[in-house]
Design a protein around this ligand. Sequence first.
Ligand SMILES: Cc1cc2nc3c(=O)[nH]c(=O)nc-3n(C[C@H](O)[C@H](O)[C@H](O)COP(=O)(O)OP(=O)(O)OC[C@H]3O[C@@H](n4cnc5c(N)ncnc54)[C@H](O)[C@@H]3O)c2cc1C
Length: 397
Amino acid sequence: MDISNPSEEHIMLREMVRDWTQENVEPQALEYDREEKFNLPLLREMGEMGLLGISAPEEYGGAGLDATACAIVHEELSASDPGFALAYLAHSMLFVNNLAKNGNEEQKQRILPLVCSGEWIGAMAMSEPDVGTDVLGLSTTAVQQDDGTWKINGRKMWITNGCLEEDDTPADVVWVYAKTGIDDKGRVQMSTFLVEAGMPGYSVGQKIYDKTGMRASNTAELVFDDCIVPAENLVGSVGESIIHMMRNLELERLTLAAMSLGIARRCLDEMNKYASERSAFNTQIRNFGQMQRYIGESWAKYRAMRAYVYDTANNMSLGKAGQRLDSDGVKLFTSTAAKEIADAAIQVMGGYGYVGEYNVERLWRDSKLLEIGGGTIESHHKNITRDLFKTPEVINN
Ligand SMILES: Cc1cc2nc3c(=O)[nH]c(=O)nc-3n(C[C@H](O)[C@H](O)[C@H](O)COP(=O)(O)OP(=O)(O)OC[C@H]3O[C@@H](n4cnc5c(N)ncnc54)[C@H](O)[C@@H]3O)c2cc1C
């Protein structure tokens, strides 16, 4: 059995996304990276294909597909353009899936059809200028007013899709975490809000330029300055953000891992082709032992990545926590492996590998983000070690 294509439906999905990516994503990847531009019309097109709401229920305009399907789409997009894939992930996983799993009926009916079609583009805002890994150290606050509305104050940093155009058009809707108090045990209480474009006090602080990689996705600082949000835009109950995060984080990490897999696959393919095309000392460079080490090790890593990504995906139930060990484990392993494989590809391709036209240098730059975003590799070390303390029996299962 091929665990990366466990059903006929998955095979068809992969073929459809691969063909569409080849035709539409691949030709624009180099230019959008070079110019640090986000291809908004192309992302919207994915709505027509039913991919923007891939994991959302069909009754709200989604495709109702599983974690394996989500991994397939991210792998295929990332094999061409990880920056574009990251924008897709921020929309479809960090916003759409979050709302589908955590929103109430009114919120889902009102917003999901808009984000599944691509009419609205969403983002998720957790990180701040002074806080990333230490989530509970956040300083953005939300205070309920006498009329029931919430007033949000603070800044969010590094938000993918935070701005949509060069003119600072903010995301149509943002999933925002804010501090709403301290609970009985003295712990920070965090709540989740849906902030929509046009709400007073919500704006783009700056588009962040000069990123190492993922330059085809827009990253922005968002400002909430006495931002007024209606009572009905609180998600769930006050203080529930940790539950929301738990329900979404595993799929987020799995799909980031699938992005690493796409990078690895493409880099392996590029170095393998090049090793036949290039000759030195009257022989193909693939005949040199040192080149064989790059190619051989990359193949073995790529196969291990693929097995771990799809094993985790096939065991994941959307909306339920429980696979953190593997969602952290697979992202930890694949992010560094993708970076190493991209590095090997540049080495095999020599000077050509070092320039944009040959793609692998872009993929190498993009791969680095996957060791940072969605949880740093150090946070995965910490979570895995903590979870193995609690459930050591899983090692021998
Ligand atoms: C291109 C890009 C896109 C992004 N998109 C989004 C987005 O859409 N939404 C969003 O909310 N965020 C986004 N982020 C932010 C990203 O999630 C954070 O950068 C990440 O969580 C790390 O936070 P930080 O940068 O504040 O680093 P810090 O948390 O300050 O970490 C700095 C270093 O300290 C280490 N460290 C911290 N705590 C510990 C610990 N307990 N033990 C060991 N080491 C530790 C870290 O591992 C890291 O090496 C994005 C970032 C980038 C660069």
